[in-house]
Design a protein. Sequence first.
Length: 259
Amino acid sequence: MLEHLNFNFSFYDWLLIIMVTALGTLSAYLKDPQLKAVTATIPIPCGFAYLAVGLPMGAANAISGFMCLLYVHIVRILHYKVKIPIVPSIIAGLAFFVALGTFLMPRVPDTEPVFIGACIFDFIVGVVLFQTQSYKSGVRYKTPLPVYIKAPAIAGVVGGLMLIKRLMGGFCTSFPMMNSIVSYESRYSLGDQCRQLPLFLIAGPFMFIEMHFIETRLGWNHWIVLLCGYILFAAIYWPLNKELKRRNENAERQYSSRA
């Protein structure tokens, strides 16, 4: 077990820790619960994890996107329904992700048909959830801790999560590093985090497919591949996020009118 842990951080590992720490710290000081959720679904950690892992986008990346959706709902159910404190709920969600990822990694065929099929599945699930889920604005909250305490604490959490990178291979790219941080910072509005994940499932597959074929067919540099993926993701995600905000605001107005 210990020999599979990632004790020797590479340049990209440190870069990933810095980026996730910065993004996680930002989320801690945002009051808007939807903006907090946005920080957990923009693929900055996913992209830098892709650079750190050094593997082409494949089936594991697409499947792990759906696993991330399962993670946030596990945390929400454990914390809100079962009344388990937020930290053990997050640990249970992460343990589920790691266990499932390590189980699937040697068993999922790394073929293009499986990859495309997983992307289609993600997209369908994302669209169905986006169209059928309920909408409600969450609780506005930001951490009272000063940044010189919060930022090192987040860096320590991210560094600890990076130790298990090797256990999951391609599943690491959507590992809920940011989602675990945002789950804690959004513990009063986990519903917003759950409502945001379908947007990633809609936009993410297009990014994965584009990056896969640019890298495997054209052999472009990983940084250029990642930039192309980010551009396509933003073009799809941005209007979806505006629509999500509109639906949340409409739901809030309807709730206020009935009160």
